[in-house]
Design a protein around this ligand. Structure first.
Ligand SMILES: CC(=O)N[C@H]1[C@@H](OP(=O)(O)OP(=O)(O)OC[C@H]2O[C@@H](n3ccc(=O)[nH]c3=O)[C@H](O)[C@@H]2O)O[C@H](CO)[C@@H](O)[C@@H]1O[C@H](C)C(=O)N[C@@H](C)C(=O)N[C@H](CCC(=O)O)C(=O)O
Ligand SMILES: Nc1ncnc2c1ncn2[C@@H]1O[C@H](COP(=O)(O)OP(=O)(O)OP(=O)(O)O)[C@@H](O)[C@H]1O
Ligand SMILES: N[C@H](CCC[C@H](N)C(=O)O)C(=O)O
Ligand SMILES: [Mg+2]
Length: 495
């Protein structure tokens, strides 16, 4: 944070229990990043309470501490006789999010957010693409980084509030007045976007993921619902997929709050209604209606679910003030999101290799089902599950692969601290005896490509846009799309 800027705690919406109205030079959430004059937010965490690091923060020059009651008990003994401000609140993550917004003081005028188990990156990217196609400077923030008229890496799908607010302020200062961001369930549970002023928010769907972090399905859904019952203001617009029962539940919640609701789905009540799709090798023709009027567009996107994502994005753009006809005219310009049903390579015999980020049981099913109508021959699926993540999803992912593909290869996908063979065993348990186990991912892709005859397709799932294979704490360079090209070139005798 800047050297010269200072703000009082009051200017950041914080009231100190002790230490008065001093000025701070910045905010930090990690003791290792504290600089002289900072406010250190000591947050309750999964592994530790940040208050345990308050001593280090103070040694590094922190002049104020924001924490909760549990943190107060830990830090109080450190403060005796020192001129340190202490702010104790019920929910320090929320206070930090709001303080970060006030610290940076600027956001794009139009910010929208997307939550849901699957489809967040796709919808946020399509929303940004639509704005850009209409001549509006725009960016999207999420799993694939910050992209569009403003680019930056993003360590998380939903960055923590200090990083997030810095990004929003920088893009606004650079003339980017429209942003679409992903709201992950972790981000919502940790209040990372509570300081963002949203015009609209969308819900894609709700299925299993992250049961390692959220104790129950209910808790996982409650986190997602927070986007609508807490973050989106009452004058905001909610874009909700009513094909999903949880989307219907949200209609009730949003209506009760007085928010305007745009329903997206295939049923007759939907304001944005998907009527039908016709698939071919390079994309799909989509018939949909908006407020009862029918439209037909060509999308150069593979997969039926992408039309729902595209219509959700269109609804968000309309919800934030654009004219519907102009938005629909831009739809054919949408292009594939990196690593989402991305055509990575084509064999000489015409067989295709797609790379997709399906890493949940529902996404594996959706991706394979979505590919089917674009493919004349067999589908070979490559599937694996991440280490140090939800263990219960592994056999379910294997089962979905076997159910919806013709041949399945089980391989590694970021084993992290776990034994890769035991993760594969869990996936194979669901995939069944016909599935082939090939631990080395490059070899799995080569074997998959080798199986392809004319009209067949290979779907490599799990890593999408990722550029590394995480084994232990090492990250080895690995790119599914690149490996697919190499395998095709090698087998077709081009290298
Ligand atoms: C599980 C999780 O979400 N953890 C987040 C959480 O950390 P935590 O509070 O639980 O961490 P902790 O280790 O218990 O430490 C407690 C506190 O002590 C502080 N600390 C810790 C060590 C130290 O030396 N000094 C210090 O001050 C930490 O900064 C933290 O505030 O709060 C931190 C500060 O806001 C986050 O950086 C951290 O995200 C980590 C980096 C992370 O990787 N999160 C992932 C799981 C995540 O958020 N993923 C979602 C997407 C998932 C998806 O949809 O697929 C995302 O939005 O990216
Ligand atoms: N609307 C959808 N319904 C079901 N599955 C989808 C949908 N959109 C995308 N998917 C599947 O989920 C995968 C991930 O898509 P995307 O990256 O857009 O989701 P995400 O919600 O951003 O994921 P993450 O939780 O990793 O941020 C895709 O590769 C595809 O297989
Ligand atoms: N953002 C998600 C995506 C994981 C994708 C998959 N490649 C894995 O490593 O499990 C996560 O961290 O759970
Ligand atoms: Mg994402």
């Amino acid at each position: 944070m800047g050297d010269t800027v200072t703000k009082t705690l009051g200017e950041l919406g914080l009231t100190a229990r002790r230490g008065g109205d001093l000025r701070i030079t910045g905010l930090s959430v990690d003791s290792r990043l504290v600089q002289p004059g900072h406010l250190f937010a000591a947050l309750p965490g999964v592994k530790a309470h940040g208050a345990a690091f308050a001593g280090i923060a103070l040694d590094k020059g922190a002049v104020a501490i924001l924490t909760d009651r549990a943190g107060e008990e830990i830090v109080s003994p450190l403060l005796a006789g020192r001129d340190i401000a202490l702010v104790v609140v019920e929910d320090p993550r929320q206070s930090l999010a709001c303080a970060a917004a006030l610290w940076f003081g600027r956001q794009p005028e139009t910010v929208v957010a997307v939550t849901g188990t699957n489809g967040k990156t796709s919808v946020a990217t399509f929303t940004r693409q639509l704005w850009q196609l209409m001549g509006i400077e725009a960016a999207n923030i999420g799993t694939t980084g910050v992209e569009g008229s403003f680019t930056a890496p993003s360590p998380n799908t939903t960055p923590e509030p200090i990083t997030l607010q810095r990004l929003l302020a920088e893009m606004a200062a650079g003339g980017v007045d429209h942003a679409a961001m992903e709201a992950s369930s972790h981000g919502l549970a940790q209040r990372r976007l509570d300081g963002v002023l949203l015009k609209a928010a969308a819900f894609t769907n709700f299925t299993q993921d992250h049961l390692d972090y959220h104790a129950t399905f209910e808790e996982y859904f409650a986190a997602k619902a927070g986007l609508f019952n807490r973050v989106l203001p009452e004058d905001g617009v909610a874009v909700l997929n009513i094909d999903d029962p949880k989307g219907r539940e949200l209609v009730g919640i949003c209506t009760a709050r007085g928010q305007t609701v745009i329903r997206v789905g295939t049923s007759a009540e939907a304001e944005m209604r998907l009527l039908n799709e016709r698939f071919d090798a390079s994309g799909q023709d989509v018939r949909f209606s908006w407020m009862g009027t029918t439209h037909l567009v060509r999308l150069a996107l593979i997969g039926g679910f992408q039309s729902m994502n595209a219509l959700t994005a269109a609804a968000l753009v309309i919800a934030s003030g654009s004219e519907a006809e102009a938005v629909f005219a831009a739809l054919p310009g949408l292009s594939t999101v990196r690593g989402r049903m991305q055509l990575a390579a084509t064999r000489e015999n015409g067989a295709t290799v797609f790379v997709d980020y399906a890493h949940t049981p529902d996404a594996v099913e959706t991706a394979l089902k979505a590919l089917r109508p674009h493919v004349m021959g067999h589908i070979v699926a490559i599937v694996g599950a991440g280490g140090d993540r939800d263990r219960t999803k592994r056999p379910l992912m294997g089962r979905a692969a076997t159910e919806f593909a013709d041949h399945v290869i089980v391989t590694d996908d970021n084993p992290r601290s776990e034994d890769p063979a035991s993760i594969r065993r869990a996936v194979l348990e669901g995939a069944g005896p016909e599935a082939v186990e090939v631990g080395d991912r490059a070899e799995a892709i080569l074997r998959g490509v080798d199986m392809l005859g004319p009209g067949d397709a290979l779907l490599v799932m799990g890593k999408g846009h990722e550029r590394g294979q995480v084994i232990g704490t090492d990250v080895f360079p690995f790119d599914d799309a690149e490996q697919a090209s190499i395998a095709v070139a090698a087998l077709d005798g081009r290298i």
